[in-house]
Design a protein around this ligand. Structure first.
Ligand code: ZN
Length: 276
């Protein structure tokens, strides 16, 4: 098997009139945008790997979607079917972190092995047990997603990754990217056009890396529970990995809806683009 992967980015939701200041520190004058939500499909041989999963708009998932103002949604399962991938054919899921918009569909992929950082998993279990006054920490965590991950653990389908790991799957590497959450990870995928980085929520916007004045002074996220110092270290690692080439960076909430990548298909207004 070659270790070069075919990669698609799949959009599955959009929030409405989201102020950029909610996402990027210092973006006071940047107004609002309809923020896209995406995940990644990497394919090689018979292997279908997701980096993040999107969320399901039913039950508690629908409540979270409403709470965070995300009126536009299409099923991630439906979008994968558009590429000929059935839910049961998904072999692996690499989770950047446990926020509901990244992890909220894991229950739909019953055969997949799920990879998450050990620190991400353990820290949320700890945070969930804190008294209600700590609720800010877990505001974006859907307990039902945690339950689904626990079910996967009982079925021996959950792998807790302890820090950086090369070839987690051949040609797919993960790096600890603390900051937005304590055990966030970003994913490096080897492809025909070099190593691409799926950023998870380590980077929301190009602005995070370019800086507001395009002077390369990283702008931290405004939405995180880890330290800003760690966030900036993570951005530095990502920037070094892509050697400053933003075309190699896949942002899950790309403001430009991956306009730099060729469009494969548009389904009810949601884009599927080819990253390699
Ligand atoms: Zn997040």
């Amino acid at each position: 098997m070659s270790t070069l992967w075919d990669v698609h980015v799949i959009e599955f939701a959009r929030s409405k009139d989201q102020p950029l200041i909610d996402l990027v520190n210092g973006a006071h004058d940047a107004g609002v945008l309809d923020l896209p939500f995406g995940f990644v499909l990497a394919q090689n041989g018979g292997r279908n790997v997701l980096v993040d999963t999107g969320f399901l708009n039913e039950g508690s998932g629908a409540e979270f979607s409403k709470k965070f103002g995300i009126p536009d949604w299409i099923s991630p399962v439906r979008m994968l079917a558009e590429l000929g991938v059935k839910a049961d054919d998904v072999t692996d899921i690499v989770l950047s972190h446990a926020h509901f918009d990244h992890m909220g569909s894991i229950s739909a992929f019953r055969n997949a092995r799920i990879y998450i950082q050990k620190r991400e998993w353990l820290s949320w279990n700890e945070a969930m047990a804190l008294p209600p006054q700590y609720g800010f920490l877990t505001a974006i965590i859907n307990p039902d997603d945690m339950r689904s991950a626990f079910d996967a653990a009982v079925e021996h389908r959950l792998t807790l990754v302890d820090g950086d790991r090369d070839n987690l799957i051949p040609g797919i590497h993960v790096r600890l990217g603390e900051g937005h959450t304590l055990g966030q990870q970003f994913t490096i995928i080897e492809t025909g056009r070099g190593r691409l980085v799926a950023a998870g929520d380590c980077v929301y916007s190009r602005l995070n890396l370019t800086g507001h004045r395009h002077d390369g002074v990283f702008a931290p996220l405004n939405n995180g529970i880890g330290s800003i110092w760690k966030q900036l270290e993570t951005m530095d690692r990502i920037n070094e990995e892509i050697a400053g080439d933003l075309s190699r960076l896949i942002m899950m909430h790309d403001n430009d809806r991956w306009a730099h990548l060729p469009l494969v298909k548009e389904v009810e207004g949601f884009r599927i683009v080819k990253a390699s």
